[in-house]
Design a protein around this ligand. Structure first.
Ligand code: MTE
Length: 298
């Protein structure tokens, strides 16, 4: 059964509704076909949400230009329906999947994550999405698979960005154990709504313990490989952007400090706060890097 987006009530909102209406009325609102449990995710932060207006108007999506407002003005041209995502490479069941196959509305959950851009700003974004791990499991990674490569749509006729300057399509990658970490999600919505194009519609990666450039938008291909995939920013500026790109206040960008960040929506001069190791997700992910020198593997 398909449930339209307008019917979907994310957990946080449902909890508020229940508190307001009381148990009896809440039972009437119950949707047994819909899998959201009503429990907030233990991975979600309770920090103040960045307003939707800021999340959708201050963007990095170089395919549509390099200014922060270009994606919100121009990404509407991108056709997102129909859409398919190829899952291929070292998997037992390669295939081409629709967004609904990968992230059925019945499986979508809310995750409120901090997003820390390598440029020194951050937001708190209430995503809707599904964990990436089970999606990969369904494709059946072979024992040789060690990495996951991701690719963004490349359709120059709909993308008036700097095609001549950047190497396209935008590509990113994770180690397989990073991709299987429960924090990694494929997002299809923001703030109770389908993902706006400028935020990477119809489906994008979100890896909150890494700098934002790892969270690749508008994904059309996911490839399991045995070698570390090439990544866009590393290809462009290898001295500045590594493969791992874990948020790390102790390793400065060659051109600026990473010790603090500016929270968007809290005013140009307010909202500056210390940046946390792994963007505050060390408890969930630090073990992935045991024995690694994170200055070397930046
Ligand atoms: N994905 C693609 N395809 N193209 C991009 O330019 N920018 C990255 C990342 N994903 C980018 C991308 C960067 S630098 C950041 S900080 C985040 O998207 C920004 O996501 P947001 O605009 O939804 O906040």
């Amino acid at each position: 059964m398909r449930i339209p987006w307008s019917e979907v009530t994310p957990p946080a909102l449902r909890l508020r509704r229940r508190a307001f209406l009381g148990a009896g009325a809440a039972a009437l609102l119950a949707r047994p076909a819909f899998a959201l449990t009503g429990q907030p995710s233990p991975f979600s932060t309770d920090e103040t949400l960045t307003p939707l207006e800021d999340i959708t108007s201050y963007n990095n999506f170089v395919e549509f230009g390099s200014s922060k407002d270009a994606p919100s003005r121009l990404a509407g041209r991108m056709t997102t329906d129909p859409w398919s995502v190829a899952i291929d490479g070292l998997v037992e069941r390669p295939g081409s999947y629709g967004v609904e196959d990968l992230a059925p509305e019945s499986a979508v959950e809310e995750r409120i994550y901090r997003l820390r851009c390598v440029e020194g700003w951050s937001m708190v974004i209430p995503w809707l999405g599904v964990p990436l791990g089970p999606v990969l499991e369904r494709a059946g990674p072979t024992s040789a698979a060690k990495y996951v490569a991701f690719e963004t749509l490349w359709r120059p006729e709909e993308m008036p960005g700097a095609a001549s300057v950047y190497g396209f399509p935008y590509q990113e990658g994770l180690r397989l154990d990073e991709a299987m970490n429960p924090l990694a999600i494929l997002a299809t919505g923001i703030h109770d709504q389908p993902l706006p194009n400028q935020n990477g519609a119809p489906i994008r990666l979100v890896v909150p313990w890494k700098y934002g450039f790892k969270s690749i938008k508008s994904v059309v291909r996911i490839t399991l490989t045995d070698t570390e995939p090439a990544t866009t920013w590393n290809l462009l500026q290898p001295q500045e952007y590594g493969f791992y790109a874990n948020v790390n206040p102790e390793v400065d960008h060659p051109r600026w400090s990473q010790a603090t960040e500016r929270r968007i929506g809290e005013g140009l001069f307010g909202g500056r706060r210390p940046t946390l190791p792994f963007n505050g997700y060390a408890d969930q992910v630090a073990h992935l890097y045991a024995g690694q020198d994170l200055r070397q593997d930046y």
